[in-house]
Design a protein around this ligand. Structure first.
Ligand SMILES: [Zn+2]
Length: 287
């Protein structure tokens, strides 16, 4: 039976450097690549995929053929970041809120299912607790979420750091992606808001043992995330499985299965199903 969920995937990428993906799609979405990824997910019994988007039109092209593989596929078309902030390698940027509105309209016209926003950087693997790049303010996030919701879109937010997560939850984000470096309060914010958290542990676990980043740093990041997943589970937070498949060393299919297995050690099957189903229901455009 096809019943597995992958709630954070990048179909455009391939687990290698993003530059190899950019090269693959330089003359438009590589349909052979998309088909081989879908074929893999189909063969591994996946029924649902939510993508994080890309700037090469790959996710948009994938939307058109997902049904051929019996897969329900939700796409933000491209992720959106503020110019100068993290995200230029994979997404589109805005400078003013008028630009942002224009991008949201473009997602709508391209048949996108939801809006993906990059609200912070990622971990600086050389310095524990430090993030790359700066973050969006609460006012900016509020306005962005309001605009997206006004167009009938749910908002998937890439964010790390306790304060960043709290701001995004307060602004009304519908899902928090990654959420590394949270404190207890940030996990409580998530649990109490009903917003879904996708901790993407595979994006860290799969980097281990590859001589890419300091092992102790990866271990500390992972321990912290694990503690917070435990706390989230205890507080009844909605935690969903999404591996960031396509990101460095996270392979489509295999990475997605590993994420489910990892989370299953901390979260009951019922709780996981509830979170996944909420994602499936919320991350499609209303009206
Ligand atoms: Zn991602």
């Amino acid at each position: 039976m096809s019943n597995l969920y992958e709630c954070h995937c990048h179909i455009a990428l391939d687990g290698e450097d993003f530059k190899t993906a950019a090269a693959k799609h330089k003359n438009g979405a590589d349909m052979m690549h998309i088909r081989s990824v879908f074929e893999k997910y189909r063969s591994m019994s996946f029924a649902y995929i939510r993508d994080g988007g890309d700037k090469w039109g790959v996710s948009a092209a994938a939307s058109k053929i997902a049904a051929e593989y019996g897969i329900e596929y939700a796409s933000p078309v491209f992720p959106i970041h503020k110019k100068g902030n993290y995200g230029s390698f994979i997404g589109r940027s805005f400078e003013s809120m008028a630009d942002y509105r224009g991008l949201v309209k473009e997602v709508k016209n391209s048949g996108g299912d939801f809006i993906k926003v990059m609200a912070s950087g990622i971990m600086d693997f050389g310095r524990f607790g430090v993030l790359t790049g700066w973050e969006l303010s609460l006012d900016e996030m509020r306005e962005m979420v309001t605009i997206a919701h006004g167009e009938g879109f749910a908002v998937m937010v890439h964010v790390n750091g306790a304060d960043g997560v709290k701001r995004c939850v307060e602004a009304g984000a519908d899902s928090i992606e990654h959420g590394n470096y949270m404190d207890e309060d940030a996990v409580r914010y998530i649990a109490e808001s009903g917003c879904v958290w996708v901790p993407t542990v595979s994006a860290t676990t799969e980097l281990r043992g590859k001589n890419l980043f300091p092992e102790d740093m990866l271990g500390r990041i992972l321990n912290m995330q694990e503690e917070n997943i435990r706390l989230g589970a205890a507080l009844g937070a909605l935690v969903a499985s999404g591996s960031d498949a396509g990101a460095k060393c996270v392979y489509h299919g295999e990475g997605s299965i590993k994420e489910i297995e990892y989370l299953s050690a901390f979260i009951s099957e019922d709780q996981l199903l509830k979170a996944q189903e909420k994602i499936r229901q919320v991350f499609k455009r209303q009206g």
